[in-house]
Design a protein around this ligand. Structure first.
Ligand code: BGC
Length: 421
């Protein structure tokens, strides 16, 4: 694996923040290039398997072009987004990049960094292929700026079946109280840190899952649209429960990516991990079969969604090649090949369940009936600035456990970056 000169320079610039860059070739794209540089953070495991599935279809459907892998490793784009921001600032965009539907995408649109794809939607027959709510999340001012690849679910609790069985846990908890009781059983059975956890954004996910249980979907949505205050007794109680939840997690959490926490689960050192359903694909890719899943206890019939989508940045070197990539991403064949390996479900409504693993078949059924709520760490609920502020507040809380300070910081973040009244 070789690094392109530009990416290597950025790797140095980002120092230890920068994990891995996977490039399929050493040449950089230039004028008249056939290469399409696809920028993602899908560098390993199930994420890479999903990307490979999509690339397979691209190779067939877009034989005139060549895929150039611009992946920057690091869960949820923790490294990739910084590299991308720097490249966009220097007017050096990749041909296409991964962006979450919702507020995160709006950031790029508002900064005038993306081309309008409305004409392609009409040309490729995409306008009615996706659910209307999703299209609304990709549209600003009547124009549509990206092609969604999938729908992921964030609020899933993964488990190691053997560890649960050894502690005598035979049923999934459906309430927070039940979950705390199971965590206590696991501790009593000698599992010191039964709930595996990682750093910043993974902590945001755990906190959000808990908030959905504590507040219910309507009030949870209100946190992002401004109708639910971050101040007040209900939020204080939720933070106290979150503080209690942290006592069941590994102490080195702040140094862990989601895959490090996942390893604790696979090694039987932990019983549970709250993580998006890319974990299903990753466990499958790693050959770990002894896993179970349930919705996070107390979340009921809530589907916390997020969607990866691809864009055509202004100034892309190979706009025609990118359009072919985007057409592949939006096609039924592309969505089947990608999602079967990625743990997510197709964003298109006309892709059948055949060929999908059991987890995704269940998710496809849930998606049709569940109450939907968005996710801040995965861009559907909040802009990157807001996410950054929540992330720092939770990072601080992870070491000092100061409930009042976390609540004040969350309320200030909402006042500064949330919707203005
Ligand atoms: C992305 C997923 C990815 C996950 C972990 C999320 O933000 O939407 O595609 O698998 O991060 O890296």
């Amino acid at each position: 694996m070789r690094l392109s000169r530009r990416v290597a320079a950025l790797a140095v610039a980002f120092g230890t923040m920068f994990a891995t860059v996977a490039c399929s070739g050493s040449e950089e794209p230039g004028e008249g290039t056939k290469k399409v540089e696809v920028f993602t953070w899908w560098a390993d495991g199930g994420e890479k398997a999903g990307l490979d599935g999509l690339v397979g279809v691209f190779k067939t459907d877009c034989a005139d072009y060549e895929f150039l892998n611009g992946a920057v490793a690091g869960g949820a784009g923790s490294n990739a987004k910084q590299v991308l921001a720097s490249r966009l600032q220097q007017n050096d965009p990749p041909d296409t990049f991964q962006a979450h539907a919702g507020a995160e995408l709006s950031d790029y649109i508002n900064d005038d960094q993306l081309e309008d794809l409305s004409a392609q939607y009409t040309e490729w027959g995409l306008t009615n292929a996706f659910p209307k709510g999703l299209i609304d999340n990709l549209t600003v001012g009547g124009k549509i700026y990206s092609v969604p690849a999938n729908i992921h679910r964030a609020n899933v609790l993964w488990s190691n079946k053997t560890v649960l069985a050894k502690a005598g846990i035979t049923k999934d908890a459906t309430t927070l109280d039940g979950f705390f009781a199971d965590l206590d059983k696991l501790k009593a059975a000698g599992v010191a840190a039964p709930l595996a956890l990682g750093k910043d954004w993974t902590q945001q996910m755990l906190f959000e899952a808990l908030l959905i249980s504590k507040l219910g979907p309507e009030k949870f949505n209100g946190l992002w649209n401004g109708s639910t205050p971050w101040t007040g007794a209900e939020m204080t109680a939720a933070i106290n429960d979150y503080k209690r939840l942290l006592t069941y997690t590994n102490k080195d959490r702040d140094t862990f990516d989601w895959t490090d926490a996942e390893k604790l689960l696979m090694d039987g050192k932990a019983a549970y991990q709250l993580m998006g359903d890319w974990e299903a694909a990753d466990l499958d890719a790693k050959g770990f079969k002894d896993y179970g899943w349930s919705v996070f206890p107390g979340n009921g019939n809530v589907f916390q969604w997020l969607a990866d989508s691809f864009v055509l940045p202004k100034g892309a070197k190979n706009a025609d090649g990118t359009k072919c990539w985007l057409k592949t991403v939006g096609s039924a064949t592309g969505q089947a090949a990608f999602n079967q390996k990625k743990g997510s479900i197709p964003a298109r409504t006309d892709v059948g369940t055949d060929g999908f693993p059991a987890y995704q078949q269940a998710a496809m059924a849930d998606w049709k009936t569940a109450t939907q709520v968005p996710s801040c760490p995965h861009g559907s609920a909040c802009a990157q600035t807001w996410q950054g502020a929540v992330g720092s507040a939770q990072g601080k809380f992870s070491s000092d456990g100061d409930v009042a300070a976390l609540q004040t910081a969350l309320a200030s973040a909402a006042a500064e970056f949330g919707p203005k009244k």
